[in-house]
Structure formats: C-alpha cells, structure tokens
Design a protein around this ligand. Structure first.
Ligand SMILES: Cc1cc2nc3c(=O)[nH]c(=O)nc-3n(C[C@H](O)[C@H](O)[C@H](O)COP(=O)(O)O)c2cc1C
Length: 173
C-alpha cells in the first residue's frame, strides 16, 4: 500500500486499458466517496458526477472527445459537471464563473488520486465537444461537463512525465 505522497507521484495518465477487467463496484464506490469528500465553495458541492459504463455511451463519449479511442476502452468514465447557476445563487458572478468550475475540478482531482490508491489507472480528458457530451448523457440544463475521467485497469506502464522545477513555478514573498 502506497502512502499519500507515493500515490501522488505514481499517478500518470493511462491510455490503454484491460478491456476484459471491469472496475469492481467497491472500488468505484470508494473513488466516488473520495470525490465527494473534496472541499467546495460554501460546501454547496455545485457539481454532479455522471458515471458512464454502458458500452454504447462510452463509444459516444469517445466520439464527443474527438475520437480519443481509449475513452471507449475504459470500462468506466466519470463525467464531472459544474452546476454554475446553483453556485451563482449563493456567490453571484464569481460563483458562476469560478467556484462552480473549481468545485467540479477539485472533486475530479480527488477521484483521480483515489483511482491510483485503488490500483487502477485513469486519464483526465478535457478535450471534448461540450454540446456533444451534453447530448450523449442527456444532461439537464445547467450541467456543464468540465472533465471526463476514464478509469480502468492499466494495460500499459505509466509513462513518467516531466515537471517544471519548483523554482520555476513557486514564488516566495
Ligand atoms: C485539464 C486537463 C485536460 C486534459 N485533457 C486531456 C485530453 O483531452 N486527452 C488526453 O489524452 N489527456 C488529457 N489530459 C492529460 C494530460 O495530458 C496529462 O495529465 C499531462 O500530460 C501529464 O501527464 P501525466 O498525467 O501522465 O502525469 C488532460 C489533463 C488535464 C489536467
């Protein structure tokens, strides 16, 4: 079992999945529970998470993401949707344009780390046609998909991707 810091450093995108290995219910549940444990503005949780397992929907999602094929191969995709107007009721324009997106994004980031802790792999997908995703999932008005997290057992070794040096991103005052 990795500790938290190892989990963070072992997370890298997985774009090939074991297509014959479903994600166990208990693991999926643990990932979702971790996502909703994330902080949110005013604890409003101005987002929803659409869990997609049905093969035809996965294929449609893949198409909506400009034919990124691994989305269809991954046994589960979680689609994180911001509820901008719900947040705007409490926080006005800042809630609408910033907090709601942050809420959904933080939840997705928590989920992505839980995926690693559960022995699974994932890729965060942001390159998609929002309207096509909305149509595919029959999202209610007011739900804005901001991230798709494809999840499954890896069929490739994660590639270590480089990061900037701390000095290049951290400013001290
Ligand atoms: C906002 C965002 C959007 C992304 N969109 C895509 C995408 O559409 N397709 C894809 O294959 N990877 C996508 N990624 C994954 C990044 O390419 C990847 O996280 C980055 O290159 C670092 O590699 P690593 O995840 O292996 O550490 C996205 C990541 C983020 C955070």
């Amino acid at each position: 079992m990795w500790d938290f810091f190892q989990t963070v450093h072992h997370r890298h995108s997985i774009r090939r999945y074991q297509t014959d290995m479903p994600v166990e219910e208990a693991k999926l549940h643990a990932v979702l529970e971790t996502a909703v444990a994330a902080p949110s503005a005013g604890d409003l949780q101005s987002y929803c998470i659409v869990t997609v397992r049905e093969p035809l929907l996965r294929q449609a999602l893949s198409k909506a993401a400009y034919d990124q094929e691994f989305i269809a191969d991954a046994p589960v995709s979680l689609v994180f949707c911001a509820h901008n107007e719900r947040c705007a009721e409490q926080y006005g324009e800042r809630g609408r344009t910033l907090y709601a997106i942050q809420d959904a994004t933080i939840a997705a980031a928590y989920a992505q780390l839980a995926v690693v802790a559960a022995g699974l792999g994932s890729t965060w997908v942001g390159f998609f046609d929002e309207q096509a995703v909305r149509d595919t999932l029959a999202l209610e008005p007011g739900s804005h998909p901001v991230a798709i997290l494809c999840i499954g057992y890896a069929a490739e070794l994660p590639q270590e991707t480089p990061r900037k040096r701390l000095d290049d991103v951290v400013k001290w005052r």
